[in-house]
Design a protein around this ligand. Structure first.
Ligand SMILES: Cc1cc2nc3c(=O)[nH]c(=O)nc-3n(C[C@H](O)[C@H](O)[C@H](O)COP(=O)(O)OP(=O)(O)OC[C@H]3O[C@@H](n4cnc5c(N)ncnc54)[C@H](O)[C@@H]3O)c2cc1C
Length: 452
């Protein structure tokens, strides 16, 4: 079933004449509709079609039970853990200068609500705590801050910190996660809100990633990560300003690096002129952090020491992902300075990159063990220990790269903007999806043929 669904999505994604109309329908459904006929939660036919196709391919579930089941399935595939997001968000369309994503009812509720307590923030907090309860130690909880409604988005649009009620909700969530060994990633969203999101996340990093004078060496792992979109021309300067803050104020910078997913709705002038420029920006930040030498930070001639940083490479681009993994491995092998790094791909996308990374990591672990055995001439009662590949892996445990799958849960209407972005990405990656499509087609034929 999963294979057939993947093949179906891949068939649409790799044929423009199928993808463009599907994309238009998704974009149309993203807009708030008063008619029940076009409401993705209320019309059972639209809901059923979307659920069995796009939704199940890219999202975890509409309920806690469905989501838990999906998280377990992903972990059983060999990933270190999951990144789980509650889908509710607000997207700002630069062309129409309008925000959409949160339904009108929520906005009305807020204006009618008492000044002090904002019900949207309260609902978002409860939904996020519910999401946090679905993940376990070692997993990540990802937050879309604009999901907390108009009071928060108004502050963000003005470049301000989130309002006090939201900061208090975030402190409760971060405190709960820290106590359970769950890390938090704050997602990057429409650039219209990004200055406020950056300021708010920086504040959380100051509070939750603090390096105390008694902290052990190396610096404690980041509990909170901010997301940096390499496609924004302003990103290198934002990264530099956050590195200065981490260095001067003594906290670990949690740096999740993405290319950026809002190209269709953001102001194009703020985004790198070409894909090659975005690629260069992404790879130079990633390599610089892994070498602890970026701009004015680190290296022999850096103006500032390189701050404690934990890197998260979030990408489906094989060159960026494998390049970062190999550079990190080389530096570890040669005893050169580097940072802790983890990798993530989205659920339902680029499984070949995720599994390729796991396979390369496993091969490295086995190779290292063989070299160690040769060096030490390890023997036990005359028998060389762990002669088989599996025995070696069992002995050293999972020593390969930390690979996570990132998935989203929520009702169909909450997830529809997210689904639309995934469809846009597939349109932009027609070449990549062609490869995936051919591989899936071959696999489906092989299974059918074997059964016959
Ligand atoms: C685990 C994970 C978490 C993510 N979280 C976020 C998040 O919080 N916020 C967010 O915005 N995105 C997020 N994304 C999506 C991400 O930003 C990218 O849209 C997506 O991963 C595709 O980029 P890529 O690195 O996989 O590589 P590719 O497929 O090689 O690159 C595609 C990307 O290149 C850029 N691009 C394409 N054409 C052009 C052009 N003409 N000019 C300039 N740039 C161009 C766009 O950013 C496009 O998405 C996440 C992705 C992953 C895997």
């Amino acid at each position: 079933m999963m294979l057939l669904r993947s093949l179906f999505i891949s068939t649409i994604s790799s044929h423009r004449f199928l993808l463009l109309p599907s994309l238009s329908v998704l974009q149309y459904l993203t807009k708030p509709h008063t008619s029940k006929l076009l409401n993705v939660d209320k019309n059972p036919i639209i809901h059923g079609i979307l659920k069995r196709t796009f939704y199940n391919q890219f999202c975890a579930g509409e309920t806690g039970a469905e989501t838990r089941h999906c998280v377990r399935t992903l972990k059983d595939l060999g990933f270190r853990g999951v990144i789980l997001t509650y889908a509710r968000e607000t997207v700002f369309d630069h062309k129409t200068q309008s925000a959409h994503g949160l339904l009108g009812a929520h906005q009305e509720k807020t204006s009618a609500a008492a000044e002090e307590t904002d019900t949207c923030i309260e609902e978002w907090k409860n939904g996020t705590l519910e999401t946090a309860a679905l993940v376990e130690e070692g997993d990540f909880l990802a937050l879309k801050l604009t999901g907390a409604g108009p009071r928060v988005t108004t502050a963000f649009a003005a470049g301000h910190l989130a309002p006090e009620q939201m900061l208090s909700a975030l402190r409760t969530i971060a405190g709960d996660c820290k106590a359970r060994g769950v890390r938090i990633i704050v997602d990057a969203e429409s650039q219209h809100f990004q200055a406020g999101i950056n300021a708010t996340t920086l504040q959380l990093m100051r509070e939750f990633n603090k390096i105390t004078p008694t902290s052990s060496s190396p610096a404690p792992a980041a509990v909170v990560y901010n997301t940096y979109q390499a496609y924004l021309k302003s990103t290198p300067a934002v990264v530099a300003s956050h590195m200065i803050a981490a260095h001067q104020e003594g906290f670990t910078l949690g740096l999740k690096l993405v290319r950026g997913a809002y190209i269709l709705s953001d102001d194009r002038r703020l985004i790198c002129d070409t894909k090659a420029d975005t690629d260069a920006a992404y790879n130079s930040i990633s390599r610089g952090v892994l070498k602890r030498e970026l701009g004015e930070f680190g290296g022999l001639y850096g103006k500032h020491a390189f701050p404690a940083t934990d890197l998260f490479i979030a990408s489906h681009n094989r060159e960026s992902v494998l390049g970062a993994y190999r550079l990190h491995r080389e530096r570890v092998d040669e005893g050169l300075p580097t940072v802790r790094v983890a990798f993530g791909q989205l659920h339902g996308m680029s499984d070949e990159v995720s599994f390729g990374l796991l396979a390369e990591g496993e091969a490295d672990v086995v190779k290292r063990e063989e070299e160690k055995e040769k060096r030490l001439g390890v023997k036990s009662n005359g028998v060389t220990l762990g002669s088989s590949r599996q025995a070696r892996l069992d002995r050293v445990g999972a020593g390969g790269p930390d690979v996570f799958k990132c998935t989203t849960w929520g009702s169909m209407s909450e997830c529809i903007a997210y689904l639309t972005r995934r469809a846009v990405e597939n349109r932009d990656a027609v070449l990549r999806t062609k490869d995936e499509y051919n591989a899936l087609k071959a696999e489906a034929w092989q299974r059918l043929f074997r059964r016959a």
